[in-house]
Design a protein around this ligand. Sequence first.
Ligand code: C2E
Ligand code: MG
Ligand code: MG
Length: 568
Amino acid sequence: MSELNILIAEDSENDTVLIMRELKKAGYQPSYERVETEADMERALHNQVWDIVITDHNMHGFSSVEALNLVKQSGKDVPVIIVSGMIGENAAVEAMKSGAHDYIMKDNLARLAPAIERELRDAETRRARQEAEKALSHLSVHDSLTNLVNRKQLIDSLSAALMRTDGRGYMVAVLYIDLDRFKVTNDTYGTDMGDKVLQEVAARLRRCARYDDIISRYDGDEFIMVIENIYDTAEACVVAEMVIKLLSKPFQFDGHDIYIGASVGISFSDSVGWSADDLIKNAGTAMYQAKNGGRNNYQEYTSDMDDAAEHRRYLELSLYKAIELDELELYFQPQIKPDKSLRGAEVLLRWHHGTLGLVPPVEFIDLLEETGLIIPVGEWVLMTACNTWCQWMADGKIPQDSVLAVNISTYQFKGELVDTVDRVIKETGIPPHLLDLELTEGTLMDDTESSIEALAALKERGVQLSIDDFGTGYSSLSYLSTFPIDYLKIDKSFVLNLDNNENDAVIAKTIIGLAHNLGMHVIAEGVENRAVLDFLSSEGCDIYQGFLFAKPLPVGDFVPAVVDGFMV
Ligand code: C2E
Ligand code: MG
Ligand code: MG
């Protein structure tokens, strides 16, 4: 027995009973409400969901025409069947035209049940189709992975928000959010893990947003948030800070701790009358500035950033050619022991651009990483530097135990670094213990477990391992002892002004004490003057690097500098 919820417009109680009896006979279990007036019908339609509406054609002061209109007005998709003692052919046609699904004569009630059955089936088909259409239109404006609105819908919604804002005295803010280390995650753990991270990013972004803020997955690992009704730019900055804070917390999946982080650019609608596209472009430009400024921070757009963005695009284009044109060169900066003898050198990359001259590494290492060129270039650095180093040692130009320190980017570490190192050792013949690989905290923190594995494999080869820029990153002391690290390099930002800055001095002193306690040695980079050297040496620092002894030197200048010695 299938239940049937019927709204019946009928002024005869008797006829109603007959109709219900007929339906029961056909196997239905009808429940119904009978109405006789327009007002009652309107209320009943509003208050409840009905499977079907049955209406008489002619009642006192009420007819099937009004009943049909009421159903139409209610916006509900309920089949209407007219059951009438007498209805002229013209009236029947009229009723069908205005939306009745069928009409049945009261003396032929046997037709009612099959008609209802057919109408319910049709209604079900209509509902399913509507739902599919709704889902489809949701899909066409949403990103299927994160369920955030897509690029197209973003532009539409942002344009609408800008229209609403026009002349009202408040602003719309656009936050361009780019994940800092997503590519590494995707390359290391595969796209399934990458997808999970993106979904979790979407969930965290929702937590930063108000109910009606727009959040969109703009492209790959780029997200855009639109905040309306902003009176003060600081309101958007607060959201940006929250976004950065939430996204810098580790993502935990399948026992891995993944560190992502984000850079955020912000643009504001103002009197200039920016379009949606302009605002997104400006926020993107600001985002690049934030990335250059060391990631995990935000920048507000200013018009002078356009030049910087232009410059960056130009650099990226010429970077591809740099390798072909042999524009990359290696400089060597001496590292000095406390007795002023040579410990070795750090090799630093330089780019002699055809028209721009010398481009510093801070401007192009990022680009190398983003373009993936860091892999071949990184291998070239290792191979070339080791060759030069071994040649100098073979020729007796530098001591036989001189250590060569090479910077390794996160992308290299997550790639086939161990294989590359094996190849370099084999082809250049460098004694592994004279090779010192400089990694950053961020690189190791990304996934501590597989980092430990990779570091163990490198240690097995006998190479030395250093943590570069120590103090600027997570500076997590607890994990340090789990890694087989030989050296901590105190970042130069703490060293440069250490003689004038109490705080820096305390940090440097603490790092030295900590490292020694954990059985590691310490290198200080950025040693520029005597006072700094004296302080560090009184604290027991093991190795020094800095302009006080020598700047990074081109190949031709390095050996003469070693011959001269480093007395200061
Ligand atoms: P880093 O590894 O921390 O290198 C030390 C930086 O400090 C070098 O900057 C060096 O020139 C600078 N420096 C050394 N002593 C002093 C000093 O006394 N005073 C001051 N003010 N600066 C000093 P550089 O050569 O501009 O390199 C910047 C960064 O670029 C490096 O920082 C490193 O992270 C990256 N880099 C350079 N070469 C390579 C490379 O071959 N591969 C990778 N992955 N990164 C590289
Ligand atoms: Mg370094
Ligand atoms: Mg450093």
